[in-house]
Each structure stands twice: as structure tokens, then as C-alpha cells.
Design a protein around this ligand. Sequence first.
Ligand code: R5P
Length: 298
Amino acid sequence: MTALFVALPGNDLMADKLASLCGGERGGIETRQFPDGETYLRFRVDPTGRDVVLVSTLVHPNEAFLPLAFAAGTARELGARQIGLVAPYLGYMRQDQCFQPGEGVTSRHFAALLSQICDWLITIDPHLHRYRNLGDIYTIPASALHAGSVIADWIKHNIGTPFIIGPDEESVQWVSEIARDCGAPFAVLHKRRLGDRDVRIAPDGLNNIREATPVLVDDIISSGETMLEAIRLVKSLTTSAPIAIGVHGIFADGSDARIEAAGVTLVTTNSIPHASNRIDVANLLALAISKQLRRYSA
Ligand code: R5P
């Protein structure tokens, strides 16, 4: 029997695409809130004996987790054969170290919770900074795909003379790959984060930017402060309007509007639904899902 693709609220578009690309069936769930805020959930298609793929981007993980856990638990109870989770954006990855005594390393706790409810996980560019790979914290098979090639493709088709810029040292991993795939020069800036919404960036490596279109690429745009600080710097060096690309556009506190108000074209992948989605990661995900379904069934 074909796999059943089930969207958690807000994930219908991606689940439709994935079901169609993987030749699966689109299975719905009904969810609503009781007057006290608790969640009601019912499978519309029987998952008994089926391979179930739950699709839930984890951009607001606190709200997303319980419905996801209920969907996985219900599928398990009803006799699903395997339960996979496709989370195009995986939250809680940035809290990967105890910076102050007593702090929770919540990336580990979140990984433990997800590992309990699903049989495997597929995501895109999780924030792997201090962890080598997802296996450091996940106890289920967990694959981290890279959006670098689809981003490079978009740049090649849409920007004549790009100069790729990573706003901080952590971005070197994706910026160098994208620049290589586009045959473009690149620079990685040096960032100091002084607070959740306070970052400073030094202008290293931007000497030859004048003749090119600056293309800033970051994995996550959340408060937008990293991107905005890099944009301020780039705009002081060139009159070309910059492009800002985020793999995952979270846009906390309306940062999308602030970035666009700076005269910048905002581009994101559809790992999180947003008006700036120009780069489709569905094919990338579908390939990995098909492989994982085969592997699990073998
Ligand atoms: C951090 O190192 C990441 O790569 C991003 O630069 C960061 O998460 C962006 O966050 P914000 O938009 O809040 O500055």
C-alpha cells in the first residue's frame, strides 16, 4: 500500500506536493480546539498497517509539538506500520550549549521528545553548529538535507553577477558551497551577538563587491538583526540593491517588513510558508522520503 501523507495544521501545501511527488496518498486529520484550549484530533483515513508520513514544519515548536505528538500517538495506536516525520524546519536547534549555569540545552530535550514519537525524521539545514550531525542528539534515523544546491540554482537563474555573502562564521558551510555551485565569489563576515536582538558585524572580505549584486545567505532569519546588520554594512559599500536569502524565514517580530523596508529583495525556501517563498525544497524532501520509506520497509 502507498504511504499516507498527513499534514499537521498549516502544512497542507507541502504535504500535497510531497504526496504527489512520492506517489503517496494524501490523508487528512481533523483537528480543533476544545473551549478550554485542548486539542481534538481524528484521522480521516485509517492508518492501520500503513506507512504514515507526518508533515509538520516546527517553526513554532511549542504550539506544534502537542498536535504532532497526538497525531503520532494516534497513528501508532491505530496500527500504523511506520511513522516518519518530515519537518522542513526543525526548531530548538540553536540552543545547543549551556551558556549560563542552570540553562536547559533544549535542543537535546526536544530531540528526545521527537525521538520517542516517530520512527524517523527528515529535515533541511538544521542549525548544526556545535553538534556534528543530528545523530548526536536524535536516537531515531534523522537526515539533514541541504538546500544549498536549490539555492545556487535559483541564484544562477535570477542574478547576473552575484557576490555571495555569509553574515557570520557559521554560514561558511552553506555559503562556500553555494558560491562554488554558482561560480561566484564569496565572503564570510564576522559576527558578535551581544543579545537576542543585538548583533555587530565586521566588514571583512567585501573589497570587490562594487560591480556585483550582493546576495546575503543565512540559514535562519528570525529577529532579522543578523541580516539587517549585514545589509547595513553591504549598503555602505555598494549602491547595488542586495538580495537576502534565508533557508528558513521565521521572521519574528515582523522582521520581514523591516528587511524589505531596507530596500532588499527577500527570498526564502518554502520550508516555512511565507510570501517570500521563491525556492522550492519539495523535490529535495521527496527524494529523501522515498529512500527512507524503502529503507524502513526493507
Ligand atoms: C546563527 O548563527 C544563525 O546562523 C543565524 O545567523 C541567526 O539564527 C539569525 O538570527 P536572527 O535573525 O535573530 O539574527
